[in-house]
Each structure stands twice: as structure tokens, then as C-alpha cells.
Design a protein around this ligand. Structure first.
Ligand code: NAD
Length: 478
């Protein structure tokens, strides 16, 4: 038995403030089901105290030279790197991603982004003359940040780092399911010595703490990442006070394999892009679209690719695929697999039977051959489930790829990049990987349609937190 870490406080106005309520939220190790930590269930009053602290800190923080704010971010970046072991272990346990991968993806990525946002702010063109106007960019104000559990430290970083270096002050409500990494990050930020009130963290449930952030008149902007369902609610609430709302929501991304593609690379690449983090990735390539005449070939390639994903506890050497984050997420995913089978799916690999592991929220990596009209062709599953959908020609491939309410990620595989890009331009989605092109942390990340309306990463994510101000100058009479 490992000990349970009890976090008794929220971080408000530069200090740890003991929670008002004795109610706590449990955090489970997803590989062992053990209670690994508790965080306090924040109240509306605590959320409001954090908002008011952020408001009080705003003018002074926004007025600091950019270099001063950027230097604070560099300190946080160094702190994240120094605590890589603690953060990777926490995320491997609370989310379930295998430890080695969690180190690289879940901690290495955020450490890089902290440093990169400092650079972006330093290089940014803060003012520009347009005709007789001076157009200046200014921080939008107090930002409420609401984040999910799947890449928890990344999602927090992609909001609070650009917001703070832009001159905003923030109140973070991390996911109640994976909040331990956020508590470690708050310790790092405290160590970095930011002025009180610039960064605040209140743990708690969405409808309690999150809704204060979405409604409070002293919050200027809400940046939300999570499900489309909760994003709609946040958007509705925030509209009452005309806040800016940045939404990063769900996805059902298609990997389109064209007839002239390298099928082995395409199928292997798609299986990997689907299974990362046990399929709990918003931009996961969860629909594999293939020419109907090549379906049997694809099946064999998919079976070979999936066989390499050995399922096991996140701390066990050799595990390639960890558990799902929680019992309810596992049950939801199993429900989708059963629905797919009931609707007549061709079971290419896996299924709804539990893998032979005594504890933990495990699901077998599963591949199902389906029709574009089936439930699993439309609904975000958020688990290790890939669906293969045959198409008759490129026209139909594009139509199927664009046929969901989502538009977040995607891929096109073809004999040449030109051919792939021709099809990629027709996809209504925020990102498309061309022939396995890797993720780029400087490129904009965000959704079309109901996948959201915000953009994250690099200068694109930074500008989300800025206002425009135009000062009209009277031309001098000469
Ligand atoms: P979720 O919507 O259940 O929760 C996300 C956050 O919203 C949590 O902090 C939660 O407490 C809060 N919340 C819930 N109801 C709220 C309310 N009424 N008011 C304010 N806040 C509320 O999502 P999740 O299960 O944590 O995450 C999975 C979802 O996130 C998936 O749909 C996934 O696609 C999406 N996601 C999107 C991106 C992206 O960048 N587009 C990235 C990661 C995850």
C-alpha cells in the first residue's frame, strides 16, 4: 500500500489557504485503483476569493515590462524540468499513461511550452502604426482557466503560461479527476515568486467552482478545454457578461488513406495516433478511412500494428498501453464497443472482454470495421478504439471525413505530399498530418465546428489573451 497524499488547501493570492469545507475529492491510481490523493472540494466563495485576488493583482502585473514576466516563465520552466520525476509519476498514476511516455509527452512538452511562451512574448510586436492610429495589444484581464484530465499539465500550461506572460492574471480550476500534477505545478509557481494574485488555483467540481469562473463579472475571459457538452454550458453562462470564451473541445478525427499511399506506414501511424494515452486524446485519429477494395489488406496490417500495444500498469516496464483514467470512463468505452458490435461491426481486434489484469481500469485495444452511418462513426469514444470505414472514391472519403459535428485533427496519407495536401485542404478540421508529419508545438492547435473556437500553441495561443486598442493621432499640420 502506498500512502495517500492529502492536499488540504487551495492556492489563493500567493499562499496556500486551508479549504473552508471538509469535503474532499478522491484521486485514484488508475492502474491499481488505490486512493492516491485527495484534494479539497472548493466552494463558490473560495472561487470568488480567487477571482478577486486575480482582479486586485491585474493592474500591477500587466504594467510590468514584458521581460520581467517572461523571466518568471523561464523560472517556472526550470522548476518543471527540476520536478520532472514527481510530475511524471503523478500523471502516470492519476491518468494511467506509461511512465516513460508520460515523462516525455506529459512533462517534457509542458516544460518546453513554458520556455517557448517566454520567447514568444519577447519577440511579439506589441504595437504597430496603422495610418494615423497606434494599435497596441494589451492583456485581456482576469482569465478563468478550466481544464480536463487527459493531458492535464499540458492543458494547464497552454492556458496559464501564455495568459500570464501576456499580462493577464489567472484562476485555474484543474480537473477533479487528475489534479495532483496541478498541485505540484502550483508549488513550482510559488517557488518562482510571482506577485500574489497573479496565479490562483481552486480545486473542485465544474458546476460549483467552474461556473463561478464562467459567470463572475470580474472575469474577462474563460479558457475551457473539455467535453463539448460542458463547453456549451460554459459558453452559455459566459455570454451573460460578454466574456471572451476560448473553447477546446472534443474530436472524431479521420485518417484518410488514399489509394497510392504506403499502406503499411499509414495503418501503423494511424493505430499509434489513435492509441496514444489509451485513446484519451482529443485529436486522436480514431477513424481510419480506406479504399473499399483494400479493406482486407488494411485489416491484416491493423492486426499486426495493434499486437505491439502490450496492455499493462503504467509503472510497469514494457507497458505500451495503460488503463483508462477511471472506472466510469472504462465503462463508457466498453458500452461503445458493445454498441458497435450490436450494430454489426466486424471485430478486427480486441473487444469488450476485460484483459487478464487483476486491478485497474483496463480495456483491450480494439479495432472495429464499421459503416459511416454507425454510432461509432459519429460519437467521440475517448478510449483505445479505432474504427475502420471503407470508402469508394476520394469524393466519398472527403465527405465521410467531414461528416461528424467535430473538426479537430486528422491525417492524409498519399503517394506524394502534394496529393495528400490537395485532399487535406478539403477537410474541415484544425490540423492535418501529411504522410505522418509530426506534431509541432508552434503551430495552431484547435477546432473547426463543435471541436471549439480557440487556438493554442505558440504565438497563436498567446494572442488569444490579448485585446486590441487603437489610439487615433491627429495628423500634425505641416
Ligand atoms: P469535462 O468536460 O467533463 O471536464 C473538463 C473540465 O470542465 C473539468 O475541469 C470539469 O470539472 C469542468 N466542468 C464540467 N462541467 C462544468 C460546468 N458546468 N461549468 C464549468 N466547468 C465544468 O471533460 P473531461 O472528461 O475532463 O475531458 C475529456 C474531454 O475533453 C473530451 O471530450 C476531449 O475531447 C476533450 N479535450 C479537448 C481538447 C482540445 O484541445 N480540444 C484537449 C483535451 C481534451
Amino acid at each position: 500500500m502506498t500512502a495517500t497524499t492529502v492536499y488540504p488547501a487551495h492556492y489563493i493570492n500567493g499562499q496556500w489557504v486551508k479549504a473552508q469545507s471538509s469535503e474532499t475529492l478522491p484521486v485514484h491510481d488508475s492502474s491499481t485503483e488505490a486512493l492516491m490523493a485527495t484534494v479539497p472540494a472548493g466552494t463558490a466563495a473560495e472561487a470568488e476569493a480567487a477571482v478577486l485576488a486575480a482582479r486586485a493583482a491585474f493592474d500591477g502585473w500587466a504594467a510590468l515590462p514584458v521581460e520581467t514576466r517572461a523571466a518568471y516563465l523561464d523560472k517556472v520552466a526550470a522548476g518543471v524540468k527540476a520536478r520532472t520525476d514527481d510530475l511524471a509519476l503523478a500523471i502516470a498514476r492519476e491518468v494511467g499513461m506509461p511512465l516513460k511516455m508520460a515523462r516525455a509527452v506529459q512533462v517534457g512538452g509542458p516544460a518546453w511550452h513554458w520556455g517557448n511562451f517566454a520567447k514568444v512574448a519577447r519577440q511579439f510586436e506589441w504595437e504597430k502604426t496603422v495610418g494615423n492610429s497606434l494599435v497596441v495589444r494589451e492583456a485581456i484581464g482576469v482569465v478563468g482557466c478550466i481544464t480536463p484530465w487527459n493531458f492535464p499539465l499540458s492543458q494547464i500550461t497552454l492556458k496559464i503560461a501564455p495568459a500570464m506572460v501576456a499580462g493577464c492574471t489567472v484562476v485555474l480550476k484543474p480537473s477533479e479527476i487528475a489534479p495532483v500534477n496541478a498541485m505540484i505545478l502550483a508549488e513550482i509557481i510559488h517557488e518562482a515568486g510571482l506577485p500574489p494574485g497573479v496565479f490562483n488555483l481552486v480545486n473542485g467540481m465544474g458546476p460549483v467552482v467552474g461556473e463561478v469562473l464562467a459567470t463572475h463579472p470580474e472575469v474577462d475571459m474563460v479558457s475551457f478545454t473539455g467535453s463539448t457538452r460542458a463547453g456549451k454550458r460554459v459558453g452559455e453562462l459566459a455570454s451573460q457578461s460578454i466574456k471572451r470564451v476560448a473553447l477546446e473541445l472534443g474530436g472524431k478525427s479521420a485518417s484518410v488513406v488514399l489509394d497510392d499511399a504506403n499502406f503499411e506506414a499509414a495503418v501503423k501511424g494511424t493505430v499509434s495516433a489513435c492509441m496514444l494515452n489509451s485513446g484519451q486524446t482529443c485529436s486522436a485519429h480514431t477513424r481510419l478511412l480506406v479504399p473499399a477494395g483494400r479493406y482486407e489488406e488494411v485489416k491484416a496490417l491493423a492486426q499486426a500494428a495493434i499486437a505491439k500495444f502490450s496492455v499493462g500498469p503504467s509503472l510497469e516496464e514494457g507497458s505500451k498501453l495503460g488503463p483508462l483514467v477511471s472506472a466510469s470512463q472504462r465503462d463508457r468505452v466498453l458500452g461503445f464497443i458493445r454498441t458497435g458490435i450490436e450494430e454489426g461491426a466486424d471485430v478486427i481486434a480486441g473487444g469488450a472482454e476485460a484483459p487478464a489484469i487483476a486491478k485497474g481500469y483496463f480495456v483491450q485495444p480494439t479495432i472495429l470495421g464499421i459503416k459511416p452511418t454507425d454510432t461509432l462513426a459519429q460519437e467521440e469514444i475517448f478510449g483505445p478504439v479505432l474504427v475502420v470505414i471503407p470508402y469508394k472514391d476520394e469524393e466519398e472519403a472527403v465527405a465521410i471525413a467531414n461528416s461528424t459535428i467535430y473538426g479537430l485533427g486528422g491525417a492524409v496519407w498519399a503517394g506524394t505530399d502534394e496529393h495528400a495536401m490537395k485532399v487535406a485542404r478539403r477537410l474541415r478540421t484544425g490540423q492535418v498530418d501529411i504522410n505522418g508529419g509530426p506534431f509541432n508545438g508552434q503551430a495552431p492547435f484547435g477546432g473547426y465546428k463543435q471541436s471549439g473556437n480557440g487556438r493554442e500553441n505558440g504565438v497563436y495561443g498567446f494572442e488569444e489573451f490579448l485585446e486590441f486598442k487603437a489610439m487615433q493621432l491627429k495628423p500634425s499640420a505641416s
